[in-house]
Write a protein of this length. Structure first.
Lengths: 186, 475
């Protein structure tokens, strides 16, 4: 059994277990990274990854080979996460204490932080802000696209993004101050 | 958005876009479990559910119709009842002339006279039975008359308290149903019988009419059987139709060929109308194809399109498994598994001719048909045109490969659809063997509407021509 991606995909179309496992092994780590960004917890991210791969195996016949397979798989994961959190988006009240933080200096702080640390801050955002921030700042969707995906107005999307940034800056700032006080690396 | 924010977004994007972390092993275990479950799950398509509901309702409708059939209730309520209690029937030949041979006079224990008239004057409806003059004449006549050529008067004279309305209704019914009014049941309140003379004497008219019923030809105390059950079996010649935008269908049409298989099962049939019948049942049906391997040289040959049709790599002797394709799907042969089972799995060599290898692929289905039958010929030999749809559930999916050097292995094809749906068309020929037992023979063509292959890139529609023979029993 060859291991080039086309053969693996073809095997998955035939619902063969071995290519399915190969596909999972090849993409699960990166897709789990995506899931962690959208999920509120490690356990939720596992659920999204699970559901996302099941959907991918079911729909793999629809992959036409146009564009990268990873992009196609990533969209499935994102959509799965959105389905999971779309309802929560509407009902969760924001409890974050928002304090305006100067943007100046944040860039330097963020640059020194590890991906894991940034990931942790993103996960701590409420779903409302986490979804918009991920979709805009990391995936590169426009506010128009986000408004359609989340069934909100463009204005709301912009407002939520702004607040998400502010909260993140606040968290980074707090983390930075705490680290300075305790002598932790930053 | 200011430049600073853009930079922050870009920085976070750089750090997180390709962020990767291995998920725990349990996630794959769950996915694997779900995929296996999905694979084993039999998905019943919507149309099969509809077919099932139709079969169910047809069956239920048949049962209800059978239980509530009132096509001749009065016959059942009167004549049948009398038959159960009547002392030996008396045929009053003196009351029957040559043209009306079937005037029967029965006497029941209540001394009621039952006159059953089988052959009716052809102009019965012109008798003006509601005519008062006639009715008056009936009263004056005697049932015990020896005047055999005056039968009509005898009969009518028995109707002492006949209700003109009843006869009018009877007459109207006879017209509306386009049948002859050919049977009249009359009774007398007081009757004496003289069995030795085979005659009936009415000591005291009046006689009153108890019932009037209709029949098409003759009094029918029993209904013709409408249900039948039977069994059939026979060979069927099967092949498939392959369509695909991505697959080189000509390649498979070249290396694959039809196979002879068989089918059989039990059926139940209901004659729902004079010329129509509906049939269902459960059948086992085996269909398939045969293919020869087009390359045995040890080089893995790739089909020109989409890597489909990888021919069998004959030199994979040491490998745990080999994979090759036919039009239905991917065939995986596990040598180790074969050997573990004690099955001879000697691999082929490069010098073997591909023509020496044959792969028989079979799909076995449980089939639930819903067939309509229209009677074309209704003599002793009956010929029916039949057509319908069937739901099919896959119960077997096997590959049998044979070749030189006792090469003999079995395998199966991955991703064969678990359900299918076919249409059938044919002729049913029936011939009675004895009583209600019939021999039948049915040439039938079937076409499977759903693709047998789970691969969405290719449509594989099997078809078969079968010759089913069997017997059925009417009841």
């Amino acid at each position: 059994m060859t291991e080039n991606l086309e053969d693996i995909i073809e095997g998955c179309r035939h619902k063969n277990p071995k290519p399915q496992h190969l596909l999972y092994e090849r993409f699960s780590a990166r897709m789990f990274g995506v899931c962690l960004r959208y999920a509120g917890s490690y356990e939720d991210a596992q659920d999204v990854l699970h559901e996302g791969f099941i959907k991918a195996f079911e729909k793999i016949g629809q992959f036409q080979g146009k564009g990268a397979f990873e992009g196609w798989l990533r969209r499935i994961m994102i959509n799965t996460a959105l389905e999971k959190y779309r309802n929560r988006y509407k009902i969760i009240n924001i409890q974050d204490n928002i304090t305006e933080v100067e943007g100046q200096g944040f860039e330097e702080l963020a640059e020194n932080m590890t991906a894991n640390e940034i990931m942790q801050f993103i996960q701590e955002l409420s779903p409302k802000y986490r979804l918009v921030f991920n979709l805009f700042a990391i995936e590169g969707y426009t506010h128009k696209e986000i408004s359609a995906m989340l069934n909100i107005t463009e204005g709301t999307s912009k407002s939520d993004l702004s607040r998400a940034r502010t909260i993140l800056q606040e968290k980074v700032k707090k983390y930075y101050n705490h680290s300075i006080r305790t002598g932790m690396r930053i | 958005m200011n430049e600073n924010q853009k930079n922050i977004d870009r920085l976070i994007q750089d750090k997180l876009f390709n962020y990767a972390i291995n998920p725990p092993e349990i996630v794959w275990k769950k996915i694997e479990g779900d995929l296996k479950q999905e694979k084993n799950r039999i998905i019943i398509p919507f149309y099969l559910k509809i077919a099932g509901v139709l079969i169910l309702f047809t069956g239920l409708g048949g049962v209800i119709w059978k239980l509530t059939d009132k096509s001749s209730p009065r016959v059942i309520n009167t004549t049948t009842a009398f038959q159960n209690v009547i002392t030996p029937s008396i045929k009053d030949n003196r009351l029957a002339n040559e043209s009306e041979k079937s005037i029967i006079t029965n006497v029941n224990p209540k001394n009621e006279v039952v006159l059953i008239r089988k052959a009716v004057p052809t102009n019965f409806q012109t008798h003006k039975i509601s005519d008062n003059h006639r009715l008056m004449n009936f009263k004056e006549s005697s049932v015990n008359s020896d005047t055999s050529n005056n039968t009509e008067n005898h009969l009518l004279s028995s109707v002492d308290q006949m209700s003109p309305a009843d006869l009018t209704i009877a007459n109207r019914e006879s017209q509306s149903r386009s049948v002859k009014l050919d049977t009249v049941v009359l009774t007398s309140n007081k009757t004496e019988t003289d069995s030795s003379a085979n005659s009936v004497k009415t000591s005291k008219p009046p006689v009153k009419i108890l019932d009037v019923f209709l029949a098409e030809d003759a009094p029918k105390n029993t209904k013709s059987p409408k249900w039948s059950v039977g069994g059939q079996a026979g060979p069927q010649y099967s092949y498939r139709d392959v369509n695909s935008d991505k697959l080189t269908t000509s390649h498979y049409n070249k290396v694959e060929s039809p196979v002879m298989a068989y089918a059989g099962g039990i059926n139940i049939q209901l004659e729902a109308a004079r010329l129509w019948a509906v049939q269902s049942g459960i059948y086992y049906s085996k269909i398939g194809t045969e293919r020869t391997l087009d390359n045995a040289g040890g080089t893995k040959v790739t089909d020109p399109v989409q890597n489909w049709g990888n021919s069998y790599n004959m030199t994979n002797q040491g490998n745990a498994s080999d994979v090759y394709m036919n039009s239905t799907g991917e065939i995986t042969i596990s040598y180790k598994k074969q050997e573990a089972l004690g099955i001879n799995a000697i691999a082929a060599t490069a010098s073997d001719s591909p023509d020496e290898y044959h792969v028989d692929q079979y799909c076995e289905y449980l089939e639930i048909p819903l067939i309509l039958r229209y009677r074309l010929l209704a003599n002793k030999l009956k010929i029916n045109l039949l057509g319908g749809i069937s739901s099919n559930i896959l119960v077997g999916n096997s590959i049998h490969e044979t070749g030189p050097n006792n090469f003999d292995i079995t395998a199966h094809i991955e991703a064969v659809n678990k359900t299918n749906f076919n249409g059938s068309l044919g002729f049913g020929i029936e011939y009675p063997i004895s009583g209600n037992i019939l021999f039948n023979i049915e040439p039938v063509f079937k076409y499977y509407f759903s693709s047998v292959s789970g691969n969405q890139d290719v449509d594989v529609h099997p078809y078969s021509i079968g010759l089913m023979t069997g017997i059925s029993c009417k009841f």
